[in-house]
Write a protein of this length. Sequence first.
Length: 154
Amino acid sequence: MKHVLLLLAALSAIPVFADKAPIVDKLVLNVTDAYIRTMPPGQRVTAGFLTISNDGAEDCQILSATSSFSERIEFHQHLYADGMMQMRPLAQVLVTAGETVKFSPGGLHLMLFDVAKPLVVNAIVPIRLLTDHCGTLLVNLQIRNLLQRPMMEH
Ligand SMILES: [Cu+2]
């Protein structure tokens, strides 16, 4: 009888271990150089940038981004099409296993809409990145001065 109880205890421990797995997965994605720009006067839209690397063995999809600083955050990609630079929204961003994806001016970027709070240089804007099976990342973006780079780069 004692053996049976031990076996049951061992079996019941398995789901608990499985529940903890996603927490471990969070460490798979690493974010560096995360920042957003201050906005020109009268505007409530700005862009965010970061570098994200996948140190795991499986691909990760970033499904969405949320923040208390912005009503809506989209993933945008700059494309050169029909002789013009255009922006295209992406439904999600793939970070392939072992690869690094850069959100940078003139390329992939986070687009923050309806930014309500004043953006103070050097302050921190926390953003949550939700992924398919690589956990939720809390990323702290540092606010940098818009004027440090030409506005054309967006
Ligand atoms: Cu954009």
